[in-house]
Design a binder for this molecule. Sequence first.
Ligand SMILES: [Zn+2]
Length: 307
Amino acid sequence: MSGFPQLCHTEVIGTSSLGRELVAFHLASRALHEPTARLLVTAQIHAGEYVAGYVARALVRTLLEEYERDPTVSTLLRRATVTVVPLLNPDGAHFVWQRRGWVGFKGARATANGVDPNRNFPFVSIPGRRAWNSSSSRPWSPYYRGPHPLSEPECLALARLCKRARFCAAVHLHSFGGVTFFPASANPQVAHVLDVFRDVFPAAQRHHRYRPVPEPVSALCGQLDLFLLHAFGTPSATVEVSRPRFALALRPQRWLHFFSWANPPDPERWVENDVPATIRVLGALLERTRGHPLLPEHPEMAEQVPE
Ligand SMILES: [Zn+2]
């Protein structure tokens, strides 16, 4: 690799149910033990969302290649450590690949245990009127939250990393809706930080601007975004890379092929669209948080994460 590979430190943060390594890349221009602000980017928590992992790897490459060439990148890596976990669900990803993408909606999301890992994080019951909530306690559901929070070793490994690192902000890459979801917080500080997904992010996207979708917190249960915000004060958003391909509707033989829905045939176009915009947004998140997590609303949730 050209650029500055020495700025990248690789860490295995845990293993999946089937023993596959979960790899984190820590990128910074300072020594890792020096105190620095920390930002997190994850991808492919849902098995079949390959384009999200593709964009995350391209982000790592771009940060290492553009250091000392692009001032935005240089400033970012001088002021913060950017941690990228490009494949959070390796067992599910392997299953999807083995089946050539013919895995159904549940298979396109789940871990080896049939759990939706993005519903497996600790949660608190939100008082007030309940909005529709996708999380399910039924094992056949594509949104099955598992027997208990952090039952999945992949989620536990990530939660441990977050407890240790106390990220000031996080971005999670999914696919394919062409939208950005984030918790609609009543806290003006949180809202100010997450507003970067209304202004900075879409403005920096090259071809296709993702629509910001604030979600009522009562509709979130076991999702990573709300867990990070509640437990650690880490404002966090879900970016749905690429846009729906309506042309697929004209090909009935592909309707049940979830890989085709979740992954565009031209991933490089989405790298162009999203990588520079993600770098911009990481810079803006760093600025708006001043490099520190906010005050968590439910710090007791962090206790649910064993050291
Ligand atoms: Zn997803």
